[in-house]
Design a protein around this ligand. Structure first.
Ligand SMILES: Nc1ncnc2c1ncn2[C@@H]1O[C@H](COP(=O)(O)OP(=O)(O)OP(=O)(O)O)[C@@H](O)[C@H]1O
Ligand SMILES: [Mg+2]
Length: 270
């Protein structure tokens, strides 16, 4: 297994009480697998990702990458955070080059790779701009370029396309699948968009809240490359309906009852 999450529990102190963000979560992800994670707000998706990124420690249980317990961040794991984390004092280009520097790339290689990925996410004209001069979606694309540039064997992506317009989003979904199918890479991708979850994944993990846990696992046993036709196919519709049902009618309730701010099926289709 590339990634193995074994009975991971994570509790946080909440005043005098303890809050269980993850309750005995176990999950194996094979090498080169693409999994997506969906679930209501607060069900522990980011917490799980942060544990795999080495930024949080499990309260009990363990997380292994390549058979080794995670003890901190590493260059083989590229992380794209839910809130884009750019260095505000560095330009787009320098932000993208930053990770490459840490990974030990020489100056010319840094420059070349950075340019390639800046162009890939459509920020060519803004390579020398500072983050404050960019829109939210552009900042997110810069964070994506930075993660891709290091060519990590594992990509941990926390709602990476959430802030993007529909067109850019579809384009980046297809690019991500392209690079993923060309290079050996394992991806864990969190999203609130059920269509996106099914379109990208080998397997969709549905989580539930209070306590955070894995609620359902849905195999998307359909071939790649996946084109626009795939999104319109009956097989796709069946799977997305299954995932919808699993996410929005957990425990027979509508998720609106549990105080989450998820969009209704009609508005979230976009
Ligand atoms: N550092 C922390 N201290 C205390 N509680 C935390 C901390 N981090 C997360 N939590 C709590 O753990 C729960 C899970 O949070 P997490 O960010 O993993 O949810 P999520 O599934 O990513 O939600 P969203 O879809 O809104 O991003 C939440 O109830 C949150 O309040
Ligand atoms: Mg989150």
């Amino acid at each position: 297994m590339k990634i193995s999450v074994q009975s991971v529990t994570k509790t946080f102190a909440l005043g005098k009480d303890m809050f269980t963000a993850l309750d005995e979560v176990s999950l194996d992800i094979a090498d080169n697998e693409f999994i997506t994670v969906v679930g209501p707000s607060g069900c522990g998706k980011s917490t799980l990702l942060n544990i795999l990124a080495g930024l949080e420690e499990p309260t009990s249980g363990r997380a292994l990458v390549d058979g080794v317990p995670v003890s901190g961040p590493g260059p083989e794991r590229g992380v794209i955070f839910q809130q884009y984390a750019l260095f505000p004092w560095l330009t787009v280009r320098k932000n993208v080059e930053f990770g490459l520097k840490t990974a030990g790339a020489g100056k010319a290689e840094r420059r070349e790779r950075a340019q390639h990925f800046i162009d890939l996410v459509g920020l060519g004209e803004f390579a020398d701009a500072l983050p404050k001069m960019l829109s939210g979606g552009m900042r997110q694309r810069c964070a994506i370029a930075r993660a891709y540039a290091v060519n990590p064997s594992i990509l941990l992506m926390d709602e990476p396309f959430g802030a993007l317009d529909a067109l850019t989003r579809v384009k980046l979904q297809e690019q991500l699948l392209d690079t993923w199918s060309q290079e050996q890479r394992t991806v864990m991708f969190i999203t609130h968009d059920v269509d996106e979850a099914v379109f990208l994944a080998n397997r969709v993990i549905v989580m539930a809240a209070r306590p955070g846990r894995i609620y359902d696992v849905i195999d998307v046993d359909l071939p790649y490359p996946r084109s626009e036709d795939f999104r319109l196919s009956p097989e796709f519709a069946v799977l997305r309906n299954r995932v919808w049902h699993s996410v929005y009618h957990q425990d027979g309730r509508s998720s609106a009852d549990s105080g989450t701010s998820l969009p209704s099926p009609a508005t979230a289709r976009s």
